[in-house]
Write a protein that binds this ligand. Structure first.
Ligand SMILES: *Cc1c(COP(=O)(O)O)cnc(C)c1O
Length: 406
């Protein structure tokens, strides 16, 4: 019996992923652990606990001497299949799944910091991430400095003193600001900081932050990973040492665990994530180009458009513009509400990354929690909408938008 490293996700009889395979192949094959029945599809192990053949086996399992599962808060076979599959797609050593994207974001940072520590973050981010960094962690003596934009001098200034963690969301939600992952990672590593990237908007298909120097990637798997509007989930990916030394001791005792049922939904979702994200991204590119030529629109923010202020960086680190478009109208709130209400195919919803195209007014919904001046810094005005492009035929989406603009 081999000694299992703390945090290793045991899958009986499964070797490490074959790293020569394409992510699309990992998405269908990697992590699959068949039971003795030889089922084709991944099994759902809906159990909170596990039994032991003997008292001795229980002792060995608790001291991590075997890869026997112990308790649902630590690991579960179906969750382990999801974690191994996502790790293989991402090209990460380890993955830990959580119950939501926010629990993943919180755990990824909270496991690293202590009172007196400092975090540096890119200013444009999802509002709950902002609340964790600017309202919750300060109560525990952890402060965050925000850096706006992509100016290497601003980043170098913020990263000129000891820093525990750097948190960047790129592209950002909802205004699709881009942060240069390689540039920030290099500066961060000089002061010993761990670089965490919220990669929700790009998904593991369009951007691999670890390849650009980041240390940790986190997801809301609620978005493109499920991508069909069914479950809440999150994931954190990184090196063995980060997971082993910091994350797992934190996660195992604080318990933001994923349900095995939701993990089963996600392991099947991963089989189609490549085709879904590529289709959504190519439709979004067409729609962004269409919108940019319309007189009703003041600005279209989309990483796949050469007019994006950080297009060159997006080209360097992303393989597609993604499924989300930030749209600023030449109109006030009542004008943009009229546009939303006139849509017939696209739904009004605050979610994103779904198979259904969804439109959001961030200032009054997802980002309303932020002060007006913070919204303004992030470019969120009353005239801004966020469009998440889904899997409908792009011609139907273009017709819907054209009709509503009229
Ligand atoms: C949705 C989202 C989150 C939070 O994920 P939940 O699954 O809703 O908890 C975090 N970051 C970004 C960029 C998001 O879009």
């Amino acid at each position: 019996m081999s000694k299992r490293p703390w945090g290793y996700q045991p899958l009986p009889n499964r070797p490490d992923p074959d790293w020569s395979l394409h992510p699309d192949t990992h998405a269908v094959r990697t992590g699959l652990a068949r039971s003795g029945f030889g089922e084709t599809s991944e099994a759902l192990y809906l159990t909170s606990g596990f039994t032991y053949a003997s008292a001795e086996q229980a002792v060995e399992s608790f001291t991590d001497e075997t890869d026997h599962f112990v308790y649902g808060r630590f690991a579960n076979p179906t969750i382990a299949m999801f974690e191994q599959r996502l790790a293989a797609i991402e090209g990460a050593e380890f993955c830990v799944a959580t119950g939501s994207g926010m629990s993943a974001m919180f755990a990824s940072i909270a496991c690293l910091v202590k009172a007196g520590d400092r975090v540096v973050a890119s200013a444009s981010m999802f509002s709950s991430c902002y609340v964790i960094l600017m309202e919750i962690l300060p109560k525990w003596g952890v402060t965050t400095e925000l850096v706006a934009g992509n100016n290497p001098e601003d980043w170098a200034k913020a990263l000129s003193q000891p820093t525990a963690a750097v948190f960047i969301e790129t592209p950002s939600n909802p205004m699709l600001d881009i942060v240069d992952i390689a540039m920030v990672s290099e500066l961060a590593h000089r002061v010993g900081a761990t670089v965490i990237v919220d990669n929700v908007m790009a998904s593991p298909i369009l951007q691999k932050p670890l390849q650009h120097g980041a240390d940790v990637v986190m997801y809301s798997a609620t978005k493109h990973i499920d991508g069909q509007g069914r479950v809440l989930a999150g994931a954190i990916l990184g090196s063995f040492s980060y997971i082993h030394e910091y994350l797992n001791p934190f996660i195992r005792h604080t318990g933001p665990s994923l349900s095995p049922f939701n993990a089963w939904v996600l392991v099947k979702s991963l089989e189609t994530i490549g085709m879904r994200v590529e289709r959504m991204s190519s439709s979004a590119q067409r729609i962004a180009e269409f919108l940019e030529a319309r007189p009703e629109i003041k600005e279209v923010r989309y990483p796949g458009l050469p007019s994006h202020h950080d297009y060159a960086i997006a080209q360097k680190q992303m393989t597609g513009g993604g499924s989300t478009i930030g749209i600023e109208f030449n109109n006030d709130q009542s004008g943009v509400f009229a546009f939303m209400n006139a849509l017939r195919v696209i739904d009004i919803s605050n979610n994103l990354g779904d198979s259904k195209s969804l439109i959001t007014h961030p200032a009054s919904t997802t980002h309303r929690r932020l002060l007006p001046e913070i919204q303004a810094e992030m470019g969120i005005t009353q005239s801004v909408l966020r469009l998440s492009v889904g899997l409908e035929h792009p011609s139907d989406l273009l017709h819907d938008i054209e009709r509503a603009l009229k």
